[in-house]
Design a protein. Structure first.
Length: 201
C-alpha cells in the first residue's frame, strides 16, 4: 500500500502527464488549469498544492521530463560494457549522443523542451528541482573529480545542454535549417570543443 509521500508523487505525476498531453494537443496558451485537473482526475485545490500556476507547471514538466531522460541515459551508460573505463569526455559524448537519439524517438518531448531548456537549467542551478539536480549532479561531480571548479562544471554542462538540446529540438521538429543526421557530426564536434574549453575560474 502506498504511503503518503508515494500518493503525493502519484498525484503530482498525474497532473504532469495530463498537462503534457494537453499542452501538446491544445497548446500551452489554450490549456486552462481546469482542463488539466479534469483530465488528471484531481481537485483544483490539489493542483495548487504542487504548482503555483500554469507557468510553474510548465517549468516543472520540463524539469521532470528532462530528469527522466538524463536518468535513463545515466542508467544506460552505467550498463554499457567497459563504461567504467570511459574518460570524462567519453561519458559526456555518450550522453550527448544518447540525448540526440532520445529526442529523435520522442518528438513530443522535443516539442515540450523547445524554448524551455534555459528554464530547465535554471531549476538545476537554483536547486528548485530535486530530481533534476540529482541527475545532473552526477556529471557535476565527475567534472569536479577531474579538477574543474563547480562553477566551471556548471558552465560546461549548461553550454552542452543548451547546444545539444536546442539544435536537436529544432532538427527533430523540422524548424531548423538542417536535419538531425546532417547536423549530428558537427554537433558532436562542437561538444568535444566545449569540453576542451576549461578556463581559469
Amino acid at each position: 500500500m502506498a504511503n503518503i509521500e508515494e500518493k503525493k508523487t502519484i498525484k503530482r505525476n498525474k497532473i504532469i502527464d495530463a498537462a503534457s498531453a494537453l499542452f501538446l494537443d491544445k497548446s500551452f496558451a489554450s490549456t486552462a488549469v481546469d482542463d488539466v485537473v479534469k483530465m488528471a482526475g484531481v481537485a483544483k485545490g490539489t493542483f495548487y498544492l504542487y504548482f503555483k500556476d500554469k507557468y510553474d507547471l510548465l517549468d516543472q514538466i520540463v524539469a521532470h521530463k528532462t530528469a527522466e531522460m538524463f536518468g535513463e541515459g545515466v542508467r544506460r551508460l552505467r550498463e554499457t560494457p567497459g563504461s567504467e573505463r570511459f574518460t570524462l569526455n567519453g561519458k559526456i559524448l555518450y550522453m550527448a549522443e544518447y540525448v540526440e537519439d532520445y529526442l529523435a524517438e520522442h518528438r513530443e518531448l522535443a516539442a515540450l523542451l523547445s524554448r524551455n531548456l534555459s528554464t530547465c537549467f535554471r531549476r538545476f542551478v537554483s536547486g528548485d528541482s530535486e530530481e533534476l539536480t540529482a541527475v545532473v549532479s552526477v556529471f557535476t561531480e565527475a567534472f569536479t573529480a577531474e579538477g574543474y571548479t563547480e562553477k566551471q562544471a556548471k558552465m560546461i554542462i549548461y553550454l552542452i545542454t543548451e547546444t545539444v538540446g536546442s539544435v536537436c529540438c529544432e532538427a527533430v521538429m523540422g524548424t531548423g535549417p538542417f536535419t538531425l543526421e546532417e547536423i549530428r557530426p558537427v554537433l558532436n564536434k562542437a561538444v568535444s570543443n566545449i569540453l576542451e574549453a576549461k578556463t581559469d575560474d
